[in-house]
Design a protein around this ligand. Sequence first.
Ligand code: ASP
Length: 317
Amino acid sequence: MSGIAIGLHGGCGTLSLNLQTEAEWAESRAHMASALRAGWRILRAGGSALDAVQAAVVVMEDSPHFNAGYGAALTEKSTHELDASIMDGASLAAGAVCTVRRVRNPVLAARAVLDSGRAVLLAGEAADDFAASQGLAMVAPNYFTTQRRVDALKLLQQRAATGAFVPASEAEKHGTVGAVARDQQGHLAAATSTGGFNNKPSGRVGDSPLIGAGTYAQDGVCAVSCTGQGEIFIRRVAAYDLAARIRYGGQPLEAAATSLVFETLSSHFIGAGLIALGASGNPVAPFNTLGMYRGWITTDGELTVATHQELHHLGAA
Ligand code: ASP
């Protein structure tokens, strides 16, 4: 299969197992498997890693199980402000959008920015207008809202109003989706999409749309998409830091990713995780929380998905 591979994450803010039914967990695993297969089909047909990560992220954005697109987190004003980015490891071309409210699939808007070559990051209303001008599907902002996010926001705001000091769980706070891929030409790509976190300040931009913070891809080095409290990923330039550890520090991918998550990012006492592929398509998915939605199809075509420690091996993709 010429070394093709794909990996994804659905955020490191996974609920504890007993807070959802087995049917809900099974559905989230099924949606991850569909997302991986969508990317895999493109790679197998000789398509680009860039197209593959885009296709995988679109499926994740359309699923209510993940905090991106449909089912995204709400701001403190009960609105949605979505961030996304995509990067081509072959040319280092990149595109991103932040605080968009109307484009149905923010990753497609990020891709359109990349393809335009006129900017790397477009923000807010202008980014939505640009997406509409490119013929992308647009929706009313409440399309993204699910009851689960409304309830989570209410709970967080009630607690804040009563002054009750109950630290929010990672699941209440976070989530994001991202994908990484390697194509038949050996090119790498990465994409990330998120609603940020519940009750976030309006106008807040996280790491996901920032190239080098939440997303990075460079052929011969790695492709990576991050999840966790974005402010720290921005300050640590986390995604690029992973590439730098490999490129300049000569560290193997696994050692570099493990030390980034469990030492560097964990030293800030935040939930953190990532999905990355090395130059030859080997996946790593470290996380320091209870669970992280994640999955991959390795170069031998075997599909695996997981939400907590247990891995579900689904056989040939
Ligand atoms: N990194 C995302 C952000 O800060 C959220 C997450 O992945 O949990 O916007």
